[in-house]
Design a protein. Structure first.
Length: 318
């Protein structure tokens, strides 16, 4: 089917309509989030500030303390967020509503972008771009979920319980908390988009050896790095899980488990895996990225077995 050609001003008019629809939907979601934000803020945003947070409950159990890592067995953990600026609570209410609305309307935003660029694409490009937009939406939400459920709470707990001196009292400001909360959650969402972005650019022919021929040395680094990241992103996910387990083991006084599972993963999987993939697939780093992820996956499996064994030992001692 032939697409009707549009003039330059026609494209500008279509862009104006698209932006108007996006802003209108964003405002609707923002108003809705603003209305429910007080309850959502207490139960969701401030969730990681108490020991009732689901990740802390999952990691807490047998007690013990760690010198540098969080003590997840401490059921009295609670951080009071303070406000030191007159307008901070009001401005935080508005800004948080905006960011939540942006996340909730992200699928619609992607749809509008797709509808705007679709007529300019060839038939063979539409499938690749459509799959990238669909996958990008899923990966963005997955990245935000990892940021909220794992990265931010573990980072926050570690930093708030870290003590340089007993004379220092931590008082976390609202602006500081929200800055770190939004940064870690949204950065993880963006990080999860990078492999898809690299794949989409390669499908469109924008990222290839021909394009970077003039900048050969730069092109090699960028292309190999993009290939490696596609596999390494899974290593980041698995590493976040076994880092959490390592924190628990150290806090419980069994730091040797953390040393053992890392040693086994490095010696049995990471080093031989990276070496073999470099020999079998010398033209790409993607398998090498997967090899490192496999090492972290082995660490996760060992940690789960060790965690279950510690729970059984505790039941026997009780």
């Amino acid at each position: 089917m032939e697409e009707k050609e549009m003039s330059f001003w026609g494209h500008l008019e279509e862009l104006r309509r698209t932006l108007f629809r996006v802003v209108a939907v964003l405002l609707v979601f923002m108003i809705a989030c603003f209305c429910v934000m007080p309850d959502l803020f207490d139960s969701f945003v401030l969730g990681p500030t108490t020991s009732d947070f689901f990740l802390y409950r999952w990691l807490s159990n047998l007690g013990g303390t760690g010198m540098f890592l969080p003590d997840f067995s401490n059921d009295d953990f609670a951080v009071k967020i303070i406000n030191i600026n007159v307008a901070s609570q009001f401005l935080t209410h508005i800004s948080t509503s905006f960011w939540f609305a942006l996340v909730l309307m992200f699928p619609y935003l992607i749809f509008e972008v797709w509808r705007f660029v679709q007529p300019a694409l060839f038939e063979n490009e539409r499938r690749s771009v459509g799959l990238a937009f669909l996958g990008g939406t899923v990966m963005f939400f997955l990245g935000c979920a990892v940021g909220y459920c794992l990265v931010f709470p573990f980072t926050f707990r570690f930093l708030t319980e870290y003590q340089l001196s007993a004379s220092i009292v931590n008082q976390i400001s609202l602006n500081s908390y929200m800055g770190n909360f939004l940064m870690l959650v949204f950065v993880m969402g963006i990080v999860f988009e990078l492999p898809l972005l690299a794949w989409l650019l390669s499908k469109l022919g924008l990222v290839n050896k021909t394009f970077f021929r003039t900048y050969r040395r730069h092109a090699v680094v960028i292309l190999l790095g993009a290939q490696y990241i596609r596999g390494y992103i899974w290593d980041c996910i698995f590493a976040g899980v076994h880092f959490s387990f390592s924190g628990y083991f150290c806090a419980y006084g069994r730091s040797e488990i953390s040393f053992i599972h890392n040693l086994i993963a490095i010696l049995c999987v990471r080093i031989p895996g990276v070496y073999l993939t470099s020999k079998i697939f010398p033209d790409t780093l993607f398998p090498m990225g997967l090899a490192t992820a496999t090492g972290s996956l082995l660490s996760v499996i060992i940690c789960m077995i060790a965690f279950d064994w510690l729970k059984k030992q505790k039941r026997k001692s009780d």
